[in-house]
Design a protein around this ligand. Structure first.
Ligand SMILES: Cc1cc2nc3c(=O)[nH]c(=O)nc-3n(C[C@H](O)[C@H](O)[C@H](O)COP(=O)(O)OP(=O)(O)OC[C@H]3O[C@@H](n4cnc5c(N)ncnc54)[C@H](O)[C@@H]3O)c2cc1C
Length: 369
């Protein structure tokens, strides 16, 4: 692949970098300390066209995945919390409505969600079905011509504020379906936000369903197939988030190391600190190449389940290691609430879980290699 950006990709990167610098970074600490859904930022990002990037005109701009990767890296550079909430909405919260929603659903829910004015959540994980997603127990039952869902979902990003939910449920012993549930539906109960160590303003909660009316999206029994179709993309954009938070930690460590003096010189003149900085830069560069390669393969329509898993595995582990290096380089300063370094480190832990844990990704890569 050619790593040179097109003029359009460069413009996208510039736009989202500028936005992250002006609008997200100055609020990142506050959003972390007083976890609050970033609604105003959602609307601003909607106006910038972020949520519609993957959707064809007239809904959106139909950008390629490489462009999405650049945009998402910049958002995560600003705040991983904001990037996580926004990416979940653009990638999963609205995806099944776009593919299978009726014209009325598209007009009422999808279009406003792509403007950032409505929030969509995706409900797959259950208390007893995390990595083993296909063990999910939420049941879908046909009553007359309509479906009813019963079960319990957890760790649902944006659930506390969501206007609609895409829910995976069992329609038969070996069959999953994808359903739309709207806020306010009888029998729907959204729990309180789960207190988390990181990505704190990306609110997450339980969702309980007790005989809730729901609309089937797509074909009954095709849920597992639909999920597999977007899994690679989910992993590539999660890798993009890792690049953003890793880069932010690296830049902060480098800045600090050039200013902090010990033993009569800036600490970046000490070889031990240089080794930290060199490892951070090298690993980030490798993660970036792997992520862009997986994104490019996606855009070319090449098989990339294995490559996307590799990118997500490597980039998320790198982000975590880079944030740890940054904490060592910045020592007491990085430990203080005033410093963003401790937040980067806490936030980066999310990347080791969401989009598939490292253990599961290794299993997938081994199976596909
Ligand atoms: C901040 C956040 C936001 C999230 N948002 C959403 C969301 O919007 N919607 C949603 O549906 N879910 C969401 N999730 C859930 C997420 O997808 C799951 O947490 C993830 O799939 C892992 O499941 P688990 O936490 O139950 O871990 P488990 O599956 O219980 O795993 C525990 C440990 O066992 C390991 N393990 C499991 N199986 C195997 C195996 N076969 N071999 C080796 N090791 C194994 C895992 O790697 C892990 O180390 C979110 C999670 C977080 C933390």
């Amino acid at each position: 692949m050619d790593f040179a950006l097109t003029a359009e990709q460069e413009a996208i990167q510039r736009t989202f970098h500028g936005f992250a610098e002006r609008e997200i970074r100055p609020r990142a600490r506050e959003l972390d300390e007083r976890p609050e859904f970033p609604r105003a930022l959602f609307e601003q990002l909607g106006a910038l066209g972020f949520f519609g990037m993957r959707y064809p005109a007239p809904l959106g701009s139909g950008a390629d995945i490489v462009s999405c990767v650049f945009a998402i890296e910049e958002l995560a550079w600003g705040s991983l919390s904001v990037a996580a909430a926004c990416t979940m909405q653009s990638l999963m919260g609205t995806w099944f409505l776009h593919r299978f929603g009726s014209p009325a659903i598209k007009e009422r829910l999808l279009e406003p969600a792509l403007r950032g004015a409505k929030i969509g959540a995706i409900c797959m994980t259950e208390p007893d079905a995390g990595s083993d997603l296909f063990a999910l127990a939420t049941k879908a039952r046909l009553e007359g011509s309509g479906w009813r869902l019963s079960g319990s979902k957890t760790w649902v990003t944006s659930a506390p504020v969501a206007d609609f939910f895409t829910v995976f449920a069992r329609t038969g012993e070996d069959r999953l379906g994808v359903f739309l549930v709207e806020r306010g539906a009888p029998g729907l109960d959204v729990g309180r936000s789960i207190e988390k160590m990181g990505v704190r303003s990306s609110l997450t909660s339980e969702v309980r369903l007790s005989d809730v009316p729901a609309a089937l999206l797509g074909e009954e029994g095709a849920g597992a197939k639909y999920l597999r179709e977007i899994l690679a993309e989910i992993r590539v954009v999660t890798a993009a988030m890792a690049l953003g938070v890793g880069r932010a930690a690296y830049e902060e460590a480098r800045r600090y190391a050039s200013e902090r003096q010990q033993f009569g010189k800036p600490i970046d003149r000490h070889q031990a600190i240089q080794a930290h900085l060199a490892d951070m830069a090298t690993e980030l560069e490798a993660a970036r190449r792997l992520t862009h390669w997986a994104a490019w393969r996606s855009d070319q329509g090449l098989p990339n389940a294995r490559e996307a898993s590799m990118a997500k595995l490597f980039a998320s582990e790198v982000a975590h290691r880079v944030c740890d290096h940054a904490a060592r380089v910045t020592a007491s300063y990085g430990f203080a609430a005033d410093s963003p370094v401790q937040r980067y480190l806490r936030d980066a832990r999310f990347l080791l879980i969401g989009g598939g844990t490292s253990e599961i990704l290794r299993i997938n890569i081994a199976r596909e290699s």
